[in-house]
Design a protein around this ligand. Structure first.
Ligand code: FDA
Length: 389
């Protein structure tokens, strides 16, 4: 069977590309349903883009690579699509746009566009092998026990990254990239909870508070959540993408507060108040109790010198922690690294090595912040490839 374009992967990027690539497109996926990550995303409401999308909010070996695709298919373009489809949405926080209803509306929208564009979808289909001969990509596809040979002029690899293998994530994109002579930036889990030795935060699991989490020169002001295994919450997920094993995290537990000034003022008002009690105005009591073990929080405010207050404020503003590791692919929301952008054209996502070959979405070494950025990359890179086909 001959087709114009074969798209591997019916996730966010593959479906977007199929809706714009035109007739003669075949999309295949080994899963039983398309767009499974869209369905479960954003707690079932899909954080489908972000109003504040800009290239600096994406990590990549080449920070300029994402610019072209993001500029040529923007968050406003996807928002138009959503609004025209009558899907109600709202901004939750920090520019993050969610459906008012279910995330499956986004999957349905992409499927409708794909059908309208004349593309065909084969689910429960796996790739047996793939060759490139005489300008054709020749794929042997296995579906319900039958093997079909499909020849395509264009091949779009949209099989995503390695996060959440239980949901069908595989390293197929990386194997194909290597088969066709592309380099890889080593894939690693991103937007992932960080782990600590057992018992490190005993008694704190479930506690959340606003913090500034920093690693090197990067910081995020969002919520931190203590878990049984370590730290999570948006601030930690965000910083996890910038963290490398062996590095420390710095957590400002009282961001935007002049804690030293507040403690000095409290001391002159009520010097007999216990330091622990005074700190509970700024931090949850459970956390104060936990920190008391390390930071000597006994005594009263009246006992504290200005120097001691300054030291305490600096300790709480720069709580330094060394994570043991991450929760890994099992819970990572995205994959950092992937197909090296040096081998791709940033306008079309086309391979510089093999004519007609494209890589899009999470498979590529472009990873967004938490908050709708990764779907926007899937939409923008999918559109870039489709326009070039
Ligand atoms: P995606 O993973 O969507 O699709 C890849 C497709 O390829 C899948 O359908 C898979 O079955 C198929 N495939 C894989 N291997 C194959 C093989 N060997 N053979 C055939 N098919 C194969 N982002 C965001 O912006 N906002 C959000 O709210 C969320 N929420 C969220 C929640 C959770 C729990 C996760 C895990 C992730 C998110 N994300 C997110 C990230 C977002 O889901 C992700 O970045 C995009 O889905 C990536 O789109 P892709 O199309 O590249 O891969």
């Amino acid at each position: 069977m001959d087709v114009t374009t074969l798209i591997l992967g019916a996730g966010a990027a593959g479906l977007m590309c199929a809706g714009m690539a035109g007739p003669g497109t075949l999309v295949v996926d080994h899963a039983r349903a398309p767009g499974e990550k869209i369905r479960i995303s954003g707690g079932g409401r899909c954080n489908f883009t972000n109003l504040e999308v800009e290239p600096a909010r994406f990590l990549s070996g080449n920070p300029h690579f994402a610019k072209s695709a993001l500029a040529r298919y923007t968050q406003w373009d996807f928002l138009d699509l959503v609004s025209q489809a009558g899907i109600a949405w709202h901004e939750k926080t920090l520019g993050q746009l969610f459906c008012d209803g279910k995330a499956t509306q986004i999957v349905a929208l992409l499927l409708r566009r794909m059908e309208a564009a004349g593309a065909t979808l084969w689910l429960s289909t796996s790739l047996r092998d793939l060759a490139h001969r005489d300008g054709w990509f020749v794929a042997r596809l296995e579906r319900e026990g039958n093997v079909t040979e499909v020849r395509a002029r264009h091949l779009v690899v949209a099989t995503g990254g390695k996060s959440i293998p239980k949901m069908g994530a595989t390293g197929l994109a990386y194997d194909l990239a290597q088969q066709f002579g592309h380099a890889l930036v080593p894939p690693r889990p991103g937007l992932v909870p960080l782990t600590f030795p057992e018992g490190r935060f005993a008694g704190l699991a479930g506690l959340a508070l606003p913090v500034r989490a920093s690693c090197g020169a990067t910081s995020f002001d969002e919520a931190l959540l203590f878990t049984h295994r370590g730290l999570s919450g948006p601030a930690v997920l965000q910083i996890s993408s910038y963290w490398q094993e062996g590095e420390d995290l710095r957590i400002d537990l009282t961001p935007g507060t002049d804690l030293a000034g507040a403690l000095r003022a409290a001391r002159s008002e009520t010097g007999r108040r216990g330091l622990g009690t005074a700190l509970q105005q700024h931090l949850p009591a459970r956390l104060v109790a936990h920190l008391a073990e390390d930071l000597d929080l006994g005594g009263t405010l009246g006992d504290l010198s200005d120097r001691r207050i300054a030291a305490l404020a600096s300790d709480l503003g720069g709580w330094t922690l060394r994570p043991q590791g991450t929760e890994g692919w099992r819970t990572a929301e995205v994959t950092l690294g992937g197909v090296d952008t040096a081998g791709l054209d940033s306008r079309s996502m086309a391979s510089r090595h093999v004519r007609g070959l494209h890589f899009i979405g999470e498979a590529v070494d472009v990873t967004g912040w938490l908050g709708g950025y990764n779907f926007q990359w899937a939409w923008s890179s999918g559109a870039a490839a489709a326009r070039a086909i």
